[in-house]
Design a protein around this ligand. Structure first.
Ligand code: FES
Length: 197
């Protein structure tokens, strides 16, 4: 079990060091882009990072890093947003209304768990034992069954999260994925790791 988790973490380290300055499809549904990297000093201090996501296309995901943790920024499509509101998705979820207060700031307590519904910012660590889930956006993806609405699947022990990082019922992960503090510096620039003001 720990071996699998170590492997998942190693994959993150390899990814974040090998994709700097590049963009492209690395795995199904993923686009890794480092638009603006935190300085080494910021990394050491664990300070906030600034990310420009202006080149992110609908359905694409950026992976970046804050406090040595992977952070995703996903630009959700209209279809994805519509699915998040459906009763068929809500009934799959343990905490559809984000009632567990520790998992997001107040401004992300809504059905999309974000400030701007289109842009989803979340820490990419499974809330079970910290593996990095896979982004599987396609509804009904064959390996996850016909009820799969698109979301994140943790390969370590099978936890599932929807496209707002809301945990499914009946999986090992106890809570929704963690939304970090963040705010918009500009329309397509976010500062992650700190609340506005
Ligand atoms: S770490 Fe166990 S299901 Fe994700």
């Amino acid at each position: 079990m720990m071996n699998e988790i170590d492997k998942a973490r190693r994959r993150f380290l390899i990814t974040t060091t090998s994709v700097v300055g590049s963009a492209g499809v690395v795995a199904a549904g993923y686009v890794f882009v480092r638009f603006m990297s935190p300085s080494d000093k910021t990394k050491v201090q664990g300070g906030p990072i600034v990310v420009d996501f202006s080149k992110l296309q609908p359905g694409q995901l950026i992976i970046t890093e804050w406090r040595s943790k992977p952070v995703w920024i996903l630009r959700r499509t209209k279809e994805m947003l519509a699915r998040l509101k459906t009763e068929s998705v809500r009934k799959l979820l343990r905490d559809p209304d984000s009632k567990v207060e520790t998992q997001q700031p107040d401004y992300a307590v809504n059905q999309f768990r974000s400030i701007n519904s289109e842009i989803f910012v979340v820490i990419a660590l499974c809330t079970h034992l910290g593996c990095i889930p896979k982004y599987i956006s396609e509804p009904g993806a064959s390996q996850l069954g016909s009820s799969w609405p698109g979301g994140f699947f943790c390969p370590c022990h099978g936890s599932k999260f929807d496209l707002a990082g809301r945990v499914f019922k009946g999986v090992p992960a106890p809570t929704n994925l963690v939304v970090p503090p963040y705010y918009y510096v500009d329309k397509t620039i976010v500062k992650i790791g700190v609340d506005k003001g």
